[in-house]
Design a protein around this ligand. Structure first.
Ligand code: URA
Length: 443
């Protein structure tokens, strides 16, 4: 393997030698490439990018560095990836709802990253919930229940584990080819037929402009399609938090409400939209409208909730706790010792909530990590009383912050600046900004 030739090709905007690139990735995974050499290659790709065909080779090699789930003939195998948001609890509802709608969903998920929450941290707010599943346990769970949600682990795409940790310390995270290969390799290793990508854009997203979100979405769609996975990207707005519940335990609570056919319409709409995309990509005679109907049906008739309960039990929660969780979630999840409610400072309409400010305040109070070893407090978070567009009178409650530590004067100042009240009702602001679907065929 000629690493210098690989790096020269990247620097000169040429294709990298396929077998050299494959060998490089295999050697990264087995630890026989030095940190300095791996960093030289990462820096070159970070600086110059690389072609889609090379990203496909890279992604395939990353998949081959670990286990690949394989599935017997049967219902479509599907999943979703989100680039991360505030209040983004979709996976908790989407996996069971899609299983209830007839799919197999072997979902791999991550922990919170920066200011954004992670599906695994949310599930671990449920006492007993075990996300550390081996590939065999994932396949068993899907056979039994229809879905599972497991934490990304060493067994799947280990080359990504090495490169991701190195990217973190060499400031080479924000590279479209590297993000693409990292995300798509883990999803492809699940053996998917179809994938929906929720690419966030806005002030609380990693890709703040629509142009940047579109570039990443196109790269991931082309790469996943290049690997034979039917893929669609939904670019969605992430300046406002999603729904009414924000914070690990509170998001479990908010998800259970949606699984009961209630809850925040904003949250429900995203679940229905993502699920409908996957159903329309995989089932014959199902278009987006029919996909939406099927998603709404399983949310309204309790079937998705029942799969969620079974998934909890399959992944270690006792039957008693799972039953109580469904009926009276607060009893299982608990609630933070301190609650501070922000009041409207004048009459008007709620014009918006600053999701980034909310995430940063909650993170400082223990909802997220600053270092890998930080313990999170699942009870920290926000509950919105008045959502965007709602008319409020002075001193009416806007939202409550759940915390355990006392609030400083800076925190109180920050709390007051989270919501904006305007004289006029704000216009509608749909979550979906753009759809990227290159083929419109079935998986
Ligand atoms: N999530 C991943 O898994 N990889 C990246 O590179 C970025 C986000």
């Amino acid at each position: 393997m000629d690493l210098d030739a690989l790096i020269d090709a990247v620097n000169n905007g040429q294709r990298q030698n396929r077998s050299d690139l494959e060998t490089f990735v295999a050697k990264v995974a087995d630890g026989s490439v030095s940190t300095e050499d791996a960093t030289r290659w990462l820096r070159a790709v970070h600086q110059h990018g690389c072609e889609v065909d090379d990203i496909v080779v890279l992604t395939n090699a990353m998949i081959d560095s670990g286990a690949r789930l394989t599935w017997p003939e049967g219902p479509p195998v599907v999943d979703k990836h989100s680039t991360g948001g505030v209040g983004d609890k979709m996976s908790l509802m989407l996996a069971p709802a899609l299983a209830a709608a007839g799919c197999r969903v072997p979902m791999l998920a991550g922990r919170g990253l920066g200011h954004t929450g992670g599906t695994i941290d949310k599930l671990e707010a449920i006492p007993g919930f075990n996300c550390a599943l081996s590939p065999e346990e994932m396949m068993d769970a899907v056979k039994e229940v229809g879905c599972c949600i497991a934490v990304q682990n060493e067994a799947i795409a280990p080359a990504d584990g090495v490169l991701y940790a190195l990217r973190d310390v060499t400031h080479t995270i924000d590279s479209v080819p590297l993000i693409t290969a990292s995300i798509v390799s883990k999803k492809a290793a699940e053996g998917l037929d179809a994938l929906v990508l929720d690419v966030k854009t806005g002030s609380a997203a990693f890709m703040q402009t629509v142009e940047d979100a579109r570039t990443l979405a196109n790269s991931m769609v082309k790469t996943a399609e290049g690997l034979g996975i039917r893929t669609m990207a939904q670019i969605t707005s992430m300046s406002e938090p999603i729904g009414t519940h924000i914070g690990n335990a509170l998001e479990v609570l908010g998800s259970i409400l949606v699984l009961k056919g209630q809850g925040s319409p904003d949250t429900r709409e995203l679940v229905v939209m993502q699920g409908a995309a996957l159903l329309s990509m995989t089932f014959d005679n199902v278009d987006t409208e029919e996909g939406r109907r099927r998603m709404e049906k399983v949310l309204n008739n309790g079937e998705a909730l029942e799969v969620f309960r079974k998934m909890c039990v399959q992944q270690g929660v006792s039957k008693e706790v799972a039953a109580t969780l469904i009926n009276t979630p607060e009893k299982v999840l608990g609630t933070a010792a301190e609650q501070t409610t922000a009041l409207a400072q004048n009459d008007g309409f709620v014009a918006g909530y600053d999701a980034m400010k909310m995430a940063q305040l909650a993170r400082r109070h223990g909802a997220g990590r600053f270092a890998l070893e930080d313990e999170i407090d699942p009870l920290i978070g926000f509950l919105l009383d008045a959502t965007r567009g709602v008319e409020v009178k002075k001193n009416e409650p806007l939202f409550t912050f759940f915390h355990t530590r006392e609030l400083s004067s800076d925190d109180l100042h920050e709390l007051k600046s989270i919501a904006t009240i305007s004289e006029n009702k704000p216009g509608r602001s749909p979550r979906l900004v753009e759809l990227i679907d290159s083929t419109e065929t079935k998986a």
